[in-house]
Design a protein around this ligand. Structure first.
Ligand SMILES: Nc1nc2c(c(=O)[nH]1)N[C@H]1C(S)=C(S)[C@@H](COP(=O)(O)O)O[C@H]1N2
Ligand SMILES: [Mo]
Length: 544
């Protein structure tokens, strides 16, 4: 095979893959976006990939880790498809077998997603069938450019062009020199080439239209209309007003209340679950005396409280931004647990999402009187779909991975001895109380400042314990106490500020917080795994 024909074969393989992926999308409109092959395989990868690799992806790509995964999967698929095309040009059956293997992977991935049914195999099967058809059309069918070694000769062997003696010899690729030139010559018959490339272009166009159109249609089947139709009830216990001065409103400083659009998002869902509130149910069951099941209307009919709670991710590095503060509206989980009457020893409540993700929360924490909520509202709106619409859990004082189940559909009373939630077998601690932490928001590292007074400010948090003190120091000097802004409650972060008389030179600023129990944030640097990072945040600045 020549380099040219190998290029054409690779192009045919990539085109067939594009047809397969594109054709699967309109089918996934019927079966759900999660059953589309790329998403299903990506979801499988998310679930089986080793935890350190996942943490690496989160660290590297932050909240773009999903896009990175999908782009990576697509590039890998394209590489395999190119290889498959080259194989198929020699033996078509090898290419078709390769497509069948990919179809099997897609089907297996789609069928192992939580709540999957047999129909979820359809997108991969239809995609694979049409991909195989495309491969045949391009390599062996009416669109083939007739340059494969086994294709029938189309042109009589031409005499070699006479080479002018003064011309430099053409460099010849090693394999071209070794392999006999197939009948028909290494040159592509221009008619065949036009037919092939037109075919490739048309198929890629059809794949793109099917893929983009199908994806768009699937999106329209989403729940954003149902979300807009939700009328949130007035809380029977309103959130306390945010005290004047809680927000210092400094440039670079995180606002006291995080807007929904800027709220960090972390979850394992490659496509955001679309849960229709009309069919949503919450089952509270397991080791209880009285199992209950609630509809969305049942939930909305209950007395609701509104509370500010700061949510934090266990994967947040020291100085990181996987933390946000919002006003949540919801039903106290304690009241629901009182109704079901958990059995003695049922020390864990497992929140289960529609996509099968689980978290395990201590029953005692949910019943100790703190504002643990089954939330339906976030900052005065129904929950944004990516933040768990229609219902999620919010528990002050615990990291999200053990408490903040989005798209929640089940609360199961069990014990820590009997059940490991999603992240536990992946190396994370079963217990996840939030660690006392603080962050410098302004100035930022590498900021250039002018000598004189500089406002140093940031946030500190120790949800449900509260922050007593924040201290700052320059270049390892004495700790200086910062001013704490007022805050709504011990369940939220607090802004702090300290006026620094900056002198010219390179300086390092450090911060540490002390919680209301009197415990000062440890200097010991520990990684996020298994139960949250520790250490002091530092920024390095230049003052002129
Ligand atoms: N269904 C579901 N809920 C989930 C997760 C998830 O992967 N799936 N991740 C949890 C984690 S690790 C965190 S930190 C919070 C983040 O909530 P947010 O995306 O609304 O900020 O959601 C939690 N709830
Ligand atoms: Mo998290």
């Amino acid at each position: 095979m020549t380099t040219t024909s190998r290029g054409y074969a690779a192009l045919a393989g990539i085109t067939a893959a594009a047809v397969a992926i594109g054709a699967a999308e309109p089918v996934a409109v019927l079966t759900g976006a999660r059953s589309a092959p790329l998403i299903a395989v990506g979801g499988l990868v998310v679930d089986i990939v080793p935890a350190p690799l996942k943490q690496f992806a989160i660290a590297l790509f932050g909240t773009y880790d999903k896009i990175a995964l999908l782009v990576g999967t697509a590039l890998l698929l394209a590489a395999f498809a190119a290889l498959l095309g080259v194989l198929a040009a020699r033996r078509l059956w090898a290419g078709l077998a390769g497509i069948a293997a990919f179809a099997a992977l897609g089907v297996a991935a789609a069928l192992t997603r939580a709540g999957a049914n047999v129909l979820d195999a359809l997108p991969s099967l239809v995609g694979a069938a049409l991909g195989a058809l495309a491969l045949w059309l391009l390599l062996a069918g009416p669109l083939q450019p007739e340059l494969w070694s086994w294709s029938p000769p189309v042109a009589p062997e031409r005499a070699p062009e006479p080479v002018a003696p003064e011309a430099a010899p053409e460099p010849v690729a090693a394999d071209e020199a070794r392999e006999p030139v197939p009948a028909g010559g290494a040159e592509v018959d221009p008619e065949g080439r036009r037919r092939f490339l037109t075919g490739v272009g048309t198929l890629l166009g059809v794949a793109a239209v099917a893929g983009v159109g199908g994806h768009w249609l699937a999106g329209r089947r989403g729940v954003s209309a149902a979300r807009q139709a939700v009328a949130l009830p007035t809380p029977s216990a309103a959130a306390p007003a945010v005290p004047a001065g809680a927000d210092l409103s400094l440039a670079q400083l995180a606002p006291y209340v995080t807007p929904n659009s800027g709220f960090y998002r972390i979850d394992t869902a490659l496509v955001v679950p679309q849960v229709d509130p009309a069919t949503w149910r919450l089952r509270i069951h397991g080791r209880v005396r009285r199992e209950i099941e609630l509809s969305f209307a049942d939930l909305l009919a209950r007395p609701m409280v509104e509370r500010y709670v700061t949510l934090a991710c266990v994967s947040n590095e020291v100085g990181g931004d996987l933390i946000g503060n919002a006003r949540w509206l919801g039903v106290p989980i304690k009241e629901l647990l009182d109704e079901v009457e958990p059995e003695e020893g049922a020390d864990q409540v497992v929140g289960r999402s529609v996509d099968g993700w689980t978290c395990g929360t201590p029953t005692a924490v949910l019943r100790d009187g703190r504002d643990a909520l089954l939330a339906v509202g976030m900052n005065g709106e129904p929950l944004p779909v990516e933040h768990g619409f229609p219902v999620r859990m919010v528990v002050p004082g615990l990291y999200g991975y053990v408490s903040a189940c989005k798209w929640v559909t089940e609360l199961e009373l069990t014990s820590f001895a009997d059940f490991d939630a999603y992240w536990v077998p992946r190396g994370w601690s079963a217990q996840g109380p939030i660690k006392t932490e603080s962050r410098i928001d302004t100035p930022r590292s590498r900021n250039r400042l002018t000598a004189g007074p500089v406002m140093v400010a940031g946030v500190a948090w120790a949800q449900h314990r509260g922050i007593r003190k924040v201290e700052v120091r320059v270049d390892g000097g004495p700790w200086r106490e910062a001013t704490l802004a007022p805050t709504v409650s011990v369940d939220t972060w607090v802004q702090w500020s300290w006026r620094w008389d900056a002198t010219p030179g390179e300086h390092t600023l450090q911060v540490r917080a002390t919680d209301a129990d009197g415990v000062t944030q440890t200097a010991e640097r520990r990684p996020v795994e298994p139960d949250g990072a520790t250490g002091w945040h530092a920024v390095e600045v230049t003052v002129r």
